[in-house]
Ligand binder design. Sequence first.
Ligand SMILES: [Zn+2]
Ligand SMILES: [Zn+2]
Length: 353
Amino acid sequence: MNPAKSEVTRRRFLGTSVAAAAVAAAGRLPRAAAGEQAKASPRKTVLSFYCDDTSPYVAGAKAFQTFLDYCAEHKIAGESTAILGSGGHSMCRKPDDEEQAYLRQVTRAWKCGIDTHMELMTHAGLFDFDANRPPKDAKHEGLWLYEPEVTVEQYQRYLGGIIAEGERAGVKFTGLTWPGCGCEVCARRYAELRAGGHKDPNPALWTALLNLAKEGKFRGRTVPCFFGSSETEFGIHRKASEGACGVYDLMPNARDAFGIWENNPARVDPDYYITADGKSGIVVRHVAAGAPYCIWYAHWQGLNPAKGVGWRAFTTVIDRIGKHLGDRVVWMRPSEITERYHAAGGWGFLDLK
Ligand SMILES: [Zn+2]
Ligand SMILES: [Zn+2]
């Protein structure tokens, strides 16, 4: 309804070309042979999720608290972004009561099993940290991650600025989620970049993230990122690495059927994940195929417990997974997945003892 809002919350713009290119570059995941039964698979499947567009402006701080309480109580794990400048200013400088209450919950997310990714600073125009606002007509952040002229230093300074805003409020980021955008300016420029062969983010971004990880600016030594997604051509892709530090694109392999950014009831379907009898759905299929993980993505507009049309479906899916797949799956936040994958040099840590 609100064009500005739908513009900034839109993702999946680049579609499958990103996913396909990433897989071609980094190789496919080892998959169990088709038709193999779940019980024959020698490993558990990791479950996780990303929740985009989280802020106090969508549903209030209390809704985020309820979400975190639920995650802690049910011992599930995933990620929920914090977009510290999505209100047009840094909420960490002079927070109002609602912003303050939200920030308190964000600092609590980790111990409830939930990672905190930056979805950059505003999910819209590049932020001016001196002026505490984005200048009018600023280039959009998501697009900027693909611009080939940007240097490692420029990325590092900007992302370091977001991390410093978080530190004002005690927020420690775990990783980065690409803020998708379908506005006219971005759409035109993405098409130009694609035509010029620039289908992937600027590699300087990965180096900048690695440098920040080496400086201890992220919560862990590895940095999970969320760019493309695909139900079939998914994978974890190492983008930069040095010693104990690494930057990974950890692709979701299940989509948002919890109402998406439109908070749209027509886009809610718990059976997409797992049916009531536990016999079908994408989570069941990934587990049966012996996939190392099943990660879905969602949006706070649809998922939140206050106004989200997808909240009931979300809790239904968690209940069904517990009932039917409990011994076949293990919940992990994205940063734990990349930490363990990096330390083990692969998925060997999932092998059942
Ligand atoms: Zn988003
Ligand atoms: Zn845009």
